[in-house]
Design a protein around this ligand. Structure first.
Ligand code: DTR
Ligand code: ZN
Ligand code: ZN
Length: 315
């Protein structure tokens, strides 16, 4: 589905990007670039193809992709193979949690200023109850497809791009905390921002933007205003996903969320559609969080917003 960003929004994006480069949140940036290379419209069919693979992996591995189970490592191997074939430098970071081995997958896109790194990430693990397609195959597939789009475009951003798929988020952001805690102070200071995507295809979707770093928040809001889609601030997520370890050490963070087990209000249904009085995702942490548990429009819009933010904030 071709979703265009209006000229007004694109102009605002240039302002946002320029503001970003001038503000403290991403200080030390290169001189403001006069324009932002146009971010791609990610084919939602590609995102869904990754999700179908993750569904098949869960089905073949006891019905889940949870930390310490075979389905998690099989999920990581799928993502890694795509990235290796696309020219990324991939690293598997191993850790232990609850007496089981966990893994983070880190993918660096060669080039860019490695003293100013833009990261985008998502947790790849599910709960043990089910395949975790919305939570969080949706975020993982969108981050993967954005990385593959960077490769297809041969993007040469000013900033160095790094993508991450975290293990054991469902146990308390274990993988992302392990990554941040094991960064040297020098490498920690080189991360200029971290963007998090956890549940972005909820079947009864809301459009929530994290309100942590104002410049990142504005970048996402500019994108959605270009689509004519209203957004709300994500208020109940503080500390509840993989952006928290980054925020806790002072790294600017942002992200998108389409809702979990909270109930959609009438006012929200009036602006977003869907069903008032029902959860955004009635299959949250349940066995029914399968490939059928998605809203393709929300997945499409959020994946495109992810790509737009990566293009804009790395320029
Ligand atoms: N903790 C996440 C789901 C979640 C709940 N609230 C938020 C807010 C922002 C991002 C994610 C979430 C999980 O179950 O993986
Ligand atoms: Zn979860
Ligand atoms: Zn999640």
């Amino acid at each position: 589905m071709k979703l265009s960003v209006s000229g007004r929004a694109a102009a605002a994006a240039v302002v946002a990007a320029t503001t970003l480069l001038a503000t403290g949140s991403l200080a030390g940036a290169a001189p403001a670039t006069p324009a932002v290379a146009a971010a791609p419209d990610l084919p939602v069919a590609n995102v869904k193809a990754h999700l179908s693979q993750l569904q098949s992996i869960a089905t073949a591995n006891g019905g889940n992709r949870a930390h310490g189970r075979t389905g998690y490592r099989a999920s990581l191997d799928y993502v890694k193979a795509k990235l290796d074939a696309a020219g990324f430098t991939t690293t598997i970071q191993q850790f232990t949690s609850s007496s089981r081995t966990g893994y983070n997958l880190i993918a660096d896109w060669p080039g860019g200023d490695t003293t100013r790194v833009l990261m985008a990430g998502s947790h790849l693990d599910s709960v043990t109850a089910g395949p975790g397609i919305n939570d969080n195959g949706s975020g993982s597939a969108a981050v993967l497809e954005t990385a593959l789009a960077v490769s297809r475009a041969g993007l040469q951003p000013t900033r160095h791009l790094r993508f991450a798929w975290w293990g054991a988020e469902e146990l308390g952001m274990v993988g992302s905390r392990y990554y941040v805690n094991n960064l040297s102070s020098a490498n920690r200071s080189r991360i200029s921002a971290y963007l998090n995507f956890d549940m972005i295809g909820s079947p009864n979707p809301g459009y929530f933007v994290y309100d942590d770093d104002p410049t990142i928040e504005q970048t996402f809001k500019t994108y959605f205003s270009g689509l004519g889609v209203p957004t709300e601030i994500e208020t109940e997520g503080d500390g509840r996903s993989d952006h928290a370890p980054f925020k806790n050490v002072g790294i600017p963070v942002g992200g998108l969320f389409s809702g979990a087990d909270y109930v959609k209000t009438s006012a929200q249904a009036a602006k977003w559609g869907g069903t008032a009085g029902q959860p955004f995702d009635r299959c949250y942490h349940s066995s029914c969080d399968t490939i059928a548990n998605l809203n393709d429009t929300a997945l499409d819009r959020n994946a495109d917003a992810l790509a737009y933010a990566v293009w804009t904030l790395s320029s």
